[in-house]
Design a protein around this ligand. Sequence first.
Ligand SMILES: Cc1ncc(C[n+]2csc(CCOP(=O)(O)OP(=O)(O)O)c2C)c(N)n1
Ligand SMILES: [Mg+2]
Length: 609
Amino acid sequence: MEYLKNQYSERDGIEQPFFAGCFGIFGHGNLAGFGQALQQTPDFRYYLVRNEQAAVHTAAGYAKMKNRLSTFACISSIGPGATNMISAAAGATINRLPVLLMPGDIFAQRTVAPVLQQFESPSTQDISVNDCFKPISKYWDRINRPDQLITALPEVMRVLTSPADTGAVTLSVPQDVQVEAWNYPVEMFEKRIWHVPRPRPDKNALHRAVELIRSAKKPMIIAGGGVIYSGAEEALKQFVHETGIPVGETFAGKGSLPYNDPHNLGATGATGTEGANAISTEADVIIGIGTRYSDFTTASKTAFQNPDVKFLNINITEFDSHKHSGLAVTGDAKVILEELMEELKDYKVDEDYRKKVADYNKSWDEKVKLAYDAEAKDVPSQSEVLGAVNEFMEPNDVILCASGSAPGDLHKLWRTRNTKGFHLEYGYSCMGYEISGGLGAKIACPEREIYVVLGDGGYLMMPSEIITSLQEGYKLTIVLIDNNGFASIGGLSKSIGSEGFGTKYKYRNTETGQLDGEPLPVDLAKNAESLGAKVFRTTNVASLNEALKEAKKATKTTVIYIKTVPERKIAGYGYAWWDVPIAEVSESESVQKARKNYEEQKKKQRYFF
Ligand SMILES: Cc1ncc(C[n+]2csc(CCOP(=O)(O)OP(=O)(O)O)c2C)c(N)n1
Ligand SMILES: [Mg+2]
């Protein structure tokens, strides 16, 4: 703990403690070791959470808001406490967010084995459930002797602070090793600053990139999360204002430009806007900046139909910069954009092209307005709820979401006015991230209002951290959208011909044997109230607006409960397709029909050589 407390990060001359403290839950596997250490180190604050998975989401949400320059450590007991962290650890690695996990582990000394919660293998004694963290950790180690920390900890820090390699780092510490003493060198506990670099690109690669852009008639930028983590928003703005190259935004990259910048086409891909999807279909050069090209971004590899399309990938990780056989310009987005700008002062897209993009930006906002404006005085659609929240929020406030049908609607419809104002965990889209990730965002930015949007399914997955937010005095405003089950997966199920099977929260019907009985008597508002939150039950946009006003005055976590009509939805545009395989053989006519359509869509899918 003493070591972690003294690690700092520095980028652009700004220094900060790399760890803001430690989240965890005690059990016999960490109580006497890490527990004792934390009790003895009160200036390295310990936060008791309700679920180890939540702890890691909270750390990731915090790290995301801090552009990965600071995070939390997370400790757990052995066994289930440790494995509870796995979902969120995978999420952190996928989203390229640093989190340090220190699960307790079974005894290094074997006399007492098998201990409570030990997983045994008949083929080796050198295994525990903590080995399950290996594939999802960017660095993994097990400390079997206390002196191993001397060489392990610098590796932990190297990986966590590396913009290219960061993700979940796991340090398994056996229960008995945790309590052993060692004469560590005193220098180990001195303040250490980890300088986070901005690697410059290879000169030749940059030169080739300049040539490729010069040759482009219809170039398009896809701005991913890397733009924001690099703090490249201003450089991007200058670059596109000078050159006129339009920008489509991924989930993690939304907010790279303000929504009303005439070069901003908004969301791109499966949940993309009309303009972004029309432009990407014909683009001759796609400039991916800080993007992983997930299937949502590429519309499952159908978004780029120009037969001669070429990719230029600016990315901090070599792995991502080579995707789609792209021209790889590996390095920091901000410095690369600045260097490209220098070389491309005389390059501009055609005025017609620039105008077409600006027109799309405008016409899309008219569609957003239509979706925001309430159609009826009673139960609203989800987009009307999101519209009310958007119009109420201050430019500096943050919207946060992860799973369900809200992410797609937010991607399309949210008017993002501030670069860190749109916080979507859509790499892992983990139900349960919302409230816990929201808590992390609030700890990172206590001066900003955090609005968490989640569905009834997401809420039921992990409402527990409402309690932690109250315990620690971090206020969240949670907009809880109840539609009796999974609107997202239910809609998807209908689209593949399966009629929403198994996606509604309903009683088992004794006549049909299916889950299509009466709605269940669950009162989620009461549930939130029972956890200690302030709760507003709203029924329409007018009462939602009133509740938003009251919630703003509240000093503690507030839940605004609202029911919506899931049927009124926003359409997809252009190649807005997502590859979800449909059964080749089925007895259902609707599935057979959906399969036919699927086979047609599949034909548009491309490899890029
Ligand atoms: C942990 C986890 N389990 C399952 C899924 C698959 N999944 C995605 S959205 C969804 C339903 C979410 O329901 P709700 O929060 O009510 O949102 P809605 O779809 O109604 O908008 C499910 C089950 C997931 N993303 N995460
Ligand atoms: Mg729902």
